[in-house]
Design a protein around this ligand. Structure first.
Ligand code: HEC
Length: 93
């Protein structure tokens, strides 16, 4: 029984981590951050203007963008790399 519980806990953790590509921005090198910022600046009007006016990054705190992007990424079916770049862009403004 204990082993089964441990397996379930481990599987849950593994799935949890795999599903969160948008997170480790704090550890980015300056060059990588710049690249993602530029990429995000290009993608932001494309994706985020589709269903409503694109909200500027300054409208929300960085921790709020983490949560909002999880939601919008799902709604808009946005690929993880694109969502990550947009998140870097939004959190930098
Ligand atoms: C598929 C349509 C769709 C796309 C694409 C989309 N959104 Fe949204 N967004 C919504 C809907 C619908 C709501 C309001 C209802 C809700 O929260 O589900 C919303 C609400 C929001 C809000 C308001 C949340 C609040 O409480 O103030 C923000 C901010 C936001 N979106 C940002 C974004 C950003 C940034 C993007 C681009 C990455 C984006 N959205 C792309 C559909 C979309």
């Amino acid at each position: 029984m204990k082993r089964i519980l441990a397996a379930i806990v481990l599987a849950t953790l593994a799935i949890g981590y795999a599903g969160v590509p948008v997170s480790a921005q704090e550890n980015l090198s300056a060059a990588e951050h710049r690249r993602l910022f530029r990429e995000g600046a290009k993608l932001w009007p494309v994706y985020c203007n589709t269903c409503h006016n694109a909200r500027p990054g300054s409208e929300k705190a960085p921790y709020e963008w983490d949560q909002i992007m999880m939601h919008m990424r799902t709604l808009g079916n946005i690929p993880p790399d694109d969502a990550n770049a947009i998140l870097v862009y939004l959190k930098s403004r």
